[in-house]
Design a protein around this ligand. Structure first.
Ligand SMILES: *[C@@H]1O[C@H](CO)[C@@H](O)[C@H](O)[C@H]1NC(C)=O
Ligand SMILES: *[C@@H]1O[C@H](CO)[C@@H](O)[C@H](O)[C@H]1NC(C)=O
Ligand SMILES: *[C@@H]1O[C@H](CO)[C@@H](O)[C@H](O)[C@H]1NC(C)=O
Ligand SMILES: *[C@@H]1O[C@H](CO)[C@@H](O)[C@H](O)[C@H]1NC(C)=O
Length: 367
C-alpha cells in the first residue's frame, strides 16, 4: 500500500533532512554541503553558511584553501602556483570608524586581514591614500580619501601581515596596491614602520622579460616573502616598488569582467596573451559588491571565467584569482577554484589533490 509506505518514519526523516528541517550531524561531524545550524556543526575547514541562490537553508561550505606547497612541494617558480586573492581586503564589514565620523561606503569582505591570511588568502588588494598626514586604506574616487570612506591607517593592516609572515616562515604574501599615495617615500616609510621591509622581495630579482620567477623554496630560504606591486609606474624608479603591469597581465575588473565567455585586459595591462609578463591575474567581482550574490559568482561562474581567461592568456592559468566575500560559495567556491588552478598548473588535473595520488583518473591532461 503506497499511501502507508509513504508515511514510513525513515522516509519522513529523509524527506525532512532533504528539506533541511533536521540536521543529521552536529558538533563538528557535518561534511561538505550537510545541513547545519552553526559553524561548530561543521568539520574543520568548513563553516555554516546560506546561499539563497544555490541551496535552501544553511549548509557546511569550505572556508579554507589547500596548502599547495605542503601537499605537493614548493620547489617550482613562484609563477607556477595559484594564490587566492581578496579584493579590497581592507573594506571589512564591522570595521569601526577610525575618523570619528560614521562611514558611508561599501564593503567587500567580512573577515579581518588576519583571518583572511589564516584561511589561505595569499594576495591582498589594498587601496592606499594620503590621508590625515599618513597612509590610509580607503575607498574613494578621484584619488582623494574622505572621512566617510576611510577604513584605517595602513600601518595597522601591514602590522597584521607582518605578524602572519613572522608566525608562518614558509608563506609568501603578495600585495597589489591601487596606489594614490603622492607623499615622497610615503609607502616606503609605512612599510618600514610596520616591520615588513625585512621580508621585501627585491625588484632586482623580479624577471623582466617573461622568464620564470625564483622558486618559492628559494624565496623562503632568503626570507624574501613579501611581494609588492604598485599601480604608480614612477615608484619603480623612485622607491624600487614594482609597477604591477610590468610583471603581470590582468583582465577587466568589475561588471565588465563578468560577461560569460569574454576575457580581456583592463586598460592599464598589456593584452592577456603578452607572455613577457609571467604573472596572470583574474578578477571576478561586481563593480558594487552585493554579499548575497557573491556565493553564486564565486562558484561555477568563477571556474568558467578561469577557463575563458586561460584561453585569452595564451593557454596560461591564472596565478591570482581575486574575489569579494571570498568564503561565500555554493560549496567549494574560490577555494575549489584555487585548487583547480593549482591542479592544472602542477599536474594538469582539475584538482590539486589529484597531483599527489599519482592517479590519472578524472579530468587530467598532460601538464
Ligand atoms: C563535541 O565534540 C567534542 C570533540 O569531539 C567533544 O569533546 C564534545 O564532548 C562534544 N560535545 C557534545 C555536546 O557532543
Ligand atoms: C627605516 O627606519 C629606520 C629607523 O627609523 C631608519 O634608520 C631607516 O633608514 C629606514 N629605512 C628606510 C629604507 O627608509
Ligand atoms: C593577442 O591578442 C590580441 C587581441 O587582444 C590579438 O590581436 C593578437 O593577435 C594576439 N597575439 C598573439 C601573439 O596571439
Ligand atoms: C614538485 O612538484 C612538481 C609538480 O608535481 C614536480 O614536477 C617536481 O618534480 C616536484 N619537485 C620536487 C623536488 O619534488
Amino acid at each position: 500500500m503506497t499511501s502507508l509506505k509513504a508515511l514510513d518514519p525513515l522516509r519522513i526523516t529523509s524527506l525532512l533532512i532533504l528539506l533541511g528541517f533536521v540536521t543529521a550531524c552536529s558538533n563538528g561531524t557535518c561534511k561538505l554541503l550537510d545541513g547545519c545550524s552553526s559553524d561548530g556543526d561543521c568539520e574543520s575547514g568548513l563553516f555554516c553558511s546560506s546561499c539563497l541562490q544555490g541551496f535552501s537553508g544553511s549548509r557546511c561550505i569550505r572556508s579554507t584553501t589547500t596548502d599547495q606547497f605542503n601537499l605537493v612541494n614548493n620547489s617550482l617558480p613562484f609563477n607556477k602556483y595559484a594564490y587566492l586573492t581578496t579584493h579590497n581586503s581592507f573594506a571589512i564589514e564591522g570595521e569601526p570608524s577610525h575618523t570619528g565620523i560614521p562611514r558611508v561606503t561599501f564593503y567587500n569582505q567580512e573577515d579581518t586581514v588576519t583571518q583572511q591570511l589564516n584561511n589561505g588568502a595569499r594576495a591582498l588588494m589594498l587601496d592606499t591614500y594620503d590621508f590625515d598626514g599618513d597612509v590610509w586604506l580607503c575607498h574613494s574616487s578621484g584619488g582623494k580619501c574622505h572621512d566617510v570612506t576611510a577604513f584605517e591607517p595602513a600601518i595597522d593592516t601591514l602590522k597584521e601581515i607582518e605578524a602572519f609572515l613572522s608566525l608562518n616562515p614558509s608563506e609568501i604574501v603578495t600585495l597589489i596596491l591601487e596606489d594614490y599615495v603622492q607623499a615622497p617615500n610615503g609607502l616606503t616609510n609605512v612599510f618600514n614602520a610596520s616591520g615588513l621591509l625585512k621580508y621585501w622581495f627585491p625588484l632586482s630579482s623580479m624577471p623582466q622579460n617573461g622568464q620564470d620567477w625564483p622558486s618559492v623554496s628559494d624565496m623562503v630560504a632568503k626570507n624574501q616573502r613579501l611581494v609588492v606591486f604598485t599601480s604608480i609606474r614612477s615608484k619603480q624608479y623612485t622607491e624600487g616598488i614594482a609597477y604591477q603591469w610590468n610583471f603581470m597581465v590582468e583582465n577587466q575588473y568589475g561588471d565588465g569582467g563578468m560577461k560569460g565567455g569574454e576575457c580581456f585586459n583592463r586598460a592599464e595591462s598589456a593584452p592577456l596573451n603578452d607572455t613577457s609578463k609571467p604573472l596572470v591575474l583574474v578578477n571576478y567581482f561586481n563593480s558594487v559588491p552585493v554579499k548575497a550574490l557573491t556565493c553564486k559568482h564565486n562558484s561555477a561562474e568563477l571556474i568558467n571565467m578561469l577557463h575563458t581567461c586561460f584561453g585569452a592568456a595564451s593557454n596560461r592559468w591564472a596565478n591570482f584569482v581575486a574575489v569579494d566575500f571570498y568564503k561565500r560559495s555554493e560549496g567549494g567556491g574560490a577555494f575549489q577554484a584555487t585548487d583547480m588552478l593549482n591542479g592544472r598548473l602542477l599536474c594538469g588535473c582539475d584538482d590539486v589533490h589529484v597531483c599527489t595520488s599519482g592517479s590519472t583518473s578524472g579530468a587530467c591532461t598532460p601538464p
